[in-house]
Write a protein that binds this ligand. Sequence first.
Ligand SMILES: Nc1ncnc2c1ncn2[C@@H]1O[C@H](COP(=O)(O)OP(=O)(O)OP(=O)(O)O)[C@@H](O)[C@H]1O
Ligand SMILES: [Mg+2]
Length: 270
Amino acid sequence: MSVQAAVAPRTAQKSAQVVLEARRIHKVFGGLVAVNNLSFTVYEGEILAIIGPNGAGKTTVFNLLTGVLPLDGGEIIFRGHRLNGLPPHAIARLGMARTFQNVHLFDNMTVLENVMVGRHPRSRYGFLEAALRVPWARREEQEIREHSTACLELVGMADLADELAGNLPFGQQRLVELARALATEPACLLLDEPASGLSHQEVAALDALIRRLRDEQGITILLIEHDMHLVMGIADRVVVINYGEKIAEGTPEEVQADERVIAAYLGEDL
Ligand SMILES: Nc1ncnc2c1ncn2[C@@H]1O[C@H](COP(=O)(O)OP(=O)(O)OP(=O)(O)O)[C@@H](O)[C@H]1O
Ligand SMILES: [Mg+2]
C-alpha cells in the first residue's frame, strides 16, 4: 500500500463528501515537533481511526482540530470553514465535539447537569436571563433538559441522570462525557481513547454505540484508540502517525500489512 494512497472510505463511497481536512498541520513544543506537516482528509459518515505509539502526537492533533492549541503551521478546513485562529467554542458551534483522554467532568454536578453544560454552545440565554427566569429562558432551559436527557438515553445512562458524576465508576464517567459531546449536536465527534480503562464488556457496548452514532445519527467519527481489536473492527480507514508524521493510511487490512506500521509497533499485537 502506498502511504499517499487517498482511499475513499468504504461506507461513504457513494457521496465521499469531505467534512474535515487537515492540511500540513504543524505543532512544536519547545524543541519537540509534536505534529509534523500532517495532512489527512475525513469523509462524511466514516469512522476514521488515528493510531500510533505513545507520544506520537495523536492528542495534539485533536487539540489543534478543536482550537485548544494554536497551529504553528498549516490549516484546518471543517465543513467549508477555515478553523485557524478560532476559539474552541466557535469550533464547537460549527459542529465539532470531542471527549478527552482524561475524563473532564464536574464531579459535584449531577450527570444530567454535566450533559446540560454541553448544550451551552447552542443556547441563547445567559446568566442574567436565567436568574431572572424570563419565560423564553425557562422554555429554553426545559428544551436543554429534554435534549440532554435524550443524549443520556442514547448512551444508556438516563437512569443515572441525578447521580453526582464524581460517584460514578470510570467507564460510566466516559459515557457521560460522550453524552455531553453529543448534546452539542456534532457533525463530527472526536473520541480520544474512549476504550481505555473499560472492561471487555464495556468495550463491546462502546463499539456498538459508536456504530449507532454513525449509522443512526449520521455523525462522522474520529477515533484515537490503542485497543487494536476495536480499531480494526470498527474503522473504515486508519491513519497511522509516528513522531508526528503520517506513516500510513488505508483500510485496517492495509495498515496492518504495512511494514512501517509493523516496525512502529514492533513487539505489539496489531
Ligand atoms: N502541552 C504540551 N507541552 C509540551 N509538550 C507536549 C504538550 N502536549 C504534548 N506534548 C508532547 O508532544 C508529544 C505528543 O504528545 P501527544 O499527547 O499528542 O501524544 P499521543 O499520541 O496522544 O500519546 P498517548 O498515546 O500517550 O496519548 C509528546 O512527546 C508529548 O510529551
Ligand atoms: Mg493521547
